[in-house]
Design a binder for this molecule. Structure first.
Ligand code: AMP
Length: 201
């Protein structure tokens, strides 16, 4: 570990880690993702953040994505696969990455498999952050984001259940899935995350 980096902020690894982070809206994935990328020095690939930036900048992708996001639906697979494929080809991803919010459908997961295979690369682990539905609704309605009103929240939770939960079986069968209890204080949850990720250092 380079001496300029403090052990407190960087857990440190000489090994490239490639992680997928899955969890329903409101599970605290964004907060944990920030801690993971800082602690393990990984590129943070959040498709939600990328799309919100595109919406704010009124790019072509942003204008297209906006209506799906506001109604709690997923944006089309080919659009999001294109964004991620471009992002994964940037040099910082060679040092390891955390995919946050991608893949969210089986089609996206298959496309990711192809991208990784083409680069002779593989995933280390798929982390699932699990929080009961009642707690998710409570947290989301208090958050105040444009897509956090009660009807949209309901829609986002049902889309997650229908389209994203099949990924748990998909990655479970490959022996990649690790489930983390997302209830509790932020640091308490991060300790659980670290127990899993430290195995890959
Ligand atoms: P998030 O911040 O990850 O909750 O994403 C916010 C919204 O962006 C989602 O409700 C979707 O409309 C859209 N989105 C983000 N990632 C994806 C993805 N992988 N596939 C489809 N839509 C996505």
């Amino acid at each position: 570990m380079p001496s300029c980096l403090s052990r407190d902020t960087w857990i440190g690894t000489n090994r490239t880690m490639r992680i997928i982070f899955i969890g329903p809206p409101g599970a605290g994935k964004g907060t944990q993702a920030e801690k993971i990328v800082a602690g393990y020095k990984l590129a943070h690939l959040s498709t939600g953040d990328m799309l919100r930036a595109a919406v704010a900048a009124k790019t072509e992708i942003g204008l297209l994505a906006d209506k799906y996001m506001l109604s709690g639906q997923f944006v089309p697979d080919d659009l999001i696969i294109g964004i991620i494929s471009e992002r994964l080809s940037l040099p910082d991803c060679r040092e390891g990455f955390l995919l946050d919010g991608f893949p969210r459908t089986i089609q996206q997961a298959s496309a990711l498999d192809v991208m990784l295979r083409e680069n002779d690369s593989r995933l280390d682990v798929v982390l699932e952050l699990r929080v009961p539905d009642a707690e998710l609704s409570r947290r989301l309605v208090g958050r105040g984001r444009a897509d956090d009103n009660p009807d949209v929240v309901k829609k986002r939770l049902s889309v997650y259940a229908e389209q994203t939960t099949p990924l748990l079986e998909y990655y479970g069968k490959q022996g990649l899935l690790e489930t983390i209890d997302g209830l509790g204080e932020v640091n308490e949850v991060f300790e659980r995350v670290k127990i899993i990720l430290d195995k890959f250092i």
